[in-house]
Ligand binder design. Sequence first.
Ligand SMILES: [Cu+2]
Length: 107
Amino acid sequence: MNWGEPIKFTLVNPDVVPHNWVLVKLGSLKRVGKLSNLLVADPDAFAKHYVPESDDMLVHTSVVDPRSKSTVYFRAPKEPGRYPFLCTFPGHWMVMNGVMIVESAKE
Ligand SMILES: [Cu+2]
């Protein structure tokens, strides 16, 4: 997608455990992933939608229960690059992650 582009993103969860979708700053996947694993010991984790407290967060859905969904609206980051996303439910990020590629708009 192009930078600044408006995005509507819906996470649909057909699984039997909760998940979320968190877009983070360039190069921060492992840092955020490690923080997310620590949430397993945080009694407030559910109230925080299992999103770690960190400056690396850009956009996140609510935590999505099985057979449920959550939608977020945002604009693509201004700086082109490969933005990591992950599920920050504890223990999930190492297999539940990917990349959103942001490019300069081509006229
Ligand atoms: Cu998950």
